[in-house]
Design a protein around this ligand. Structure first.
Ligand code: HH2
Length: 293
């Protein structure tokens, strides 16, 4: 089955016939690679504008870190961090995603007009699925994570990580469609670094075609993650080249969206990759993000 090339969201139909860049906007004091850099409303809004100028197609705003062992944040504090930046981002003319696990934050973000809910718990949290299902159009990213961020890296073990992550994502996609959510609204993410060893993460990338068979586009989020540090021996601040290599490996194997911190550099890398596709005669041509309703 070929994944549908469209991601249907609140205001935009995102054409995924070429890879899309999702720029990460962490509004947190404690994110694993850029905590404390954009955690005031003005710095967060400025970062959104910077990522757009660098070529982001989608902005992903998060106000709670999900790094291994991160302390959870209550919904009120999360929303206080998010709201002013979300209001500003929604005026920038691109799809805006909100990275949250809490139904209360999802509901508020959707009321304000958010285009996408990106949930690392794949809508398994209390009231998350019905909250999103009540919305007629928003896009959704369902990610695989066993347990929660405080426990997920305690000896992750699978018999066959690709088969088990695929079965989980298929089950969550089914839960969404059973709740009345059209499949075109959903993108799937194997969850690099969430309850997985470096070997697990690499197996998921190397055998990505098995996840493509689930019939929905895939999101790849390797940016700066620790597996890249294990492979290269580099600390988190020196993983740009490794992140670019992983992003290109993911899109070459069919990923439709790459979630990254370093938008300008990833844009350059994708442009070269696209130019090679054109030269090879297998480029589908320019693709647009339609909408703005
Ligand atoms: N990773 C992070 C956060 N959100 N969402 C999806 N769909 N996939 C991911 O792999 C993913 C995600 C962690 O990265 P980051 O946002 O930079 O860090 P932190 O959670 O510490 O804020």
């Amino acid at each position: 089955m070929n994944p549908s090339p469209v991601w249907s969201t609140t205001r935009f139909e995102i054409d995924l016939s070429r890879p899309r860049l999702m720029g990460i906007v962490n509004l947190t004091p404690d994110s694993f690679s850029d905590g404390g850099r954009h955690d005031s409303a003005s710095a967060g809004a400025a970062h959104c504008e910077r990522l757009l100028a660098e070529g982001a197609d989608i902005l992903d705003l998060g106000a709670e870190s999900t790094r291994p062992g991160a302390a959870s944040v209550d919904a009120t504090s999360e929303w206080q961090r998010l709201e002013p930046v979300l209001r500003a981002a929604l005026g920038l003319g691109v799809p805006v995603s909100v990275d949250t696990r809490k139904a209360e934050v999802m509901a508020r973000a959707l009321d304000l007009g958010a285009d996408i809910i990106n949930d690392v718990e794949a809508l398994r949290g209390p009231q998350a699925l019905p909250t999103v299902a009540r919305h007629p159009r928003c896009g959704i990213c369902l990610m695989h994570m066993p347990g929660d961020p405080s426990t997920m890296q305690r000896s992750p073990a699978y018999d066959d990580v690709v088969r088990e992550v695929g079965a989980f994502l298929a089950q969550r996609l089914h839960a969404c469609t059973a709740a009345g959510i059209r499949a075109e609204r959903v993108v799937l993410d194997p969850g690099v670094g969430f309850g997985k060893t470096p070997e697990h993460n690499l197996a998921l990338l190397g055998r990505q075609s098995e996840l493509m068979a689930l019939g929905r586009p895939l999101l790849a989020a390797w940016s700066r993650k620790s597996t890249l540090g294990v492979i290269t021996g580099r600390p988190v601040g020196e993983r740009l080249a490794a992140s670019l290599a992983a992003a290109l490996a993911a899109v070459s194997r069919g990923a439709a969206v790459v979630r990254v911190h370093d938008v300008a550099a990833t844009r350059d890398a994708l442009q070269v990759w696209d130019a090679v596709r054109i030269a090879a005669g297998d480029n589908p041509g320019p693709a647009a993000i339609q909408g703005g309703r």
